[in-house]
Write a protein that binds this ligand. Structure first.
Ligand code: ATP
Length: 231
């Protein structure tokens, strides 16, 4: 599903290179829910952006569904992202002047789907995430948790094989956070969606099938982490 080999990334700042990720090897299997945990600045967002093809790595390879995304040109990558990858942002990133239904149907415009089919599909997904009664509302008329549900429906409308979520509950209270994680796990069980969820909340990470920890740009093994906890 997702295979990362020897992935490294550095940023160039005023002539100086700062290494942010160093020699990451990682496999995520189909239907897995993986939490990527690490303190602020450990490189979580950088890794997520690389995996989702939003940035190119300095070194190493990223394969999704058997295709190496780091070598694709921009057009090919944009097309690949549209078909294989979904993304959920901490701040939802909905378009304020479009209705809930239009927000979710929008990615299908780029796939050339007919308006009637787009609407039907968006409505199906919104019903699935519990917003079947809110189709014609605008994002500002919804709570944070409801806006995140819209963004989750939008991430799934193109039927991606993997969905990356960057602190999806970062702006939500504890109860809503639990509801959103419940929803992601239900979608995983019922639709077989693979999720990689970036978080710095232990409670969120503990609900994933597997936790991957990043520290200073390197993956920390389970043993190292447990040793650290004991000491
Ligand atoms: N565009 C950039 N240019 C230079 N340095 C960057 C850039 N983006 C990120 N960094 C640096 O890379 C490191 C990792 O950042 P990243 O955002 O991946 O961490 P993070 O673990 O997601 O942190 P947080 O939890 O605070 O979002 C940080 O030291 C950051 O300053």
């Amino acid at each position: 599903m997702l295979v990362i080999e020897q992935l490294s990334h550095s940023f160039l700042n005023g002539g100086e290179r700062t290494s942010v990720l160093d020699g990451i090897d990682l496999r995520v299997e189909k239907r897995e829910v993986v939490a990527l945990l690490g303190s602020s600045g450990s490189g979580k967002s950088t890794l997520l952006n690389l995996m989702a093809g939003l940035m190119k790595p300095t070194e190493g390879s990223i394969r999704i569904d058997g295709e190496s995304i780091e070598r694709m040109n921009e057009n090919r990558l944009a097309e690949f992202r549209r078909r294989h990858i979904g993304f959920i942002f901490q701040s939802y990133e909905l378009i304020p002047h479009l209705s809930v239904l239009e927000n979710v149907a929008l990615p299908l415009v780029f796939q050339g789907m007919k308006p009637k089919e787009r609407k039907e599909k968006a409505e199906r997904l919104l019903t699935l995430v519990g917003l079947g009664e809110k189709l014609s509302m605008f994002p500002s008329q919804l709570s944070g948790g409801q806006q995140q549900r819209v963004s989750i429906a939008r991430s799934l409308v193109t039927e991606p094989s993997i969905v990356f979520a960057d602190e999806p509950t970062g702006n939500l209270d504890t109860k809503t956070e639990k509801d959103i994680i419940d929803l992601l796990l239900t979608l995983n069980r019922e639709l077989g969606i693979t999720f990689v969820i970036v978080t710095h909340e232990h409670e969120v990470a503990l609900r994933a099938h597997r936790i991957i920890r990043l520290r200073d740009g390197r993956l920390v093994s389970q043993e190292e982490y447990e040793g650290e906890e004991d000491g």
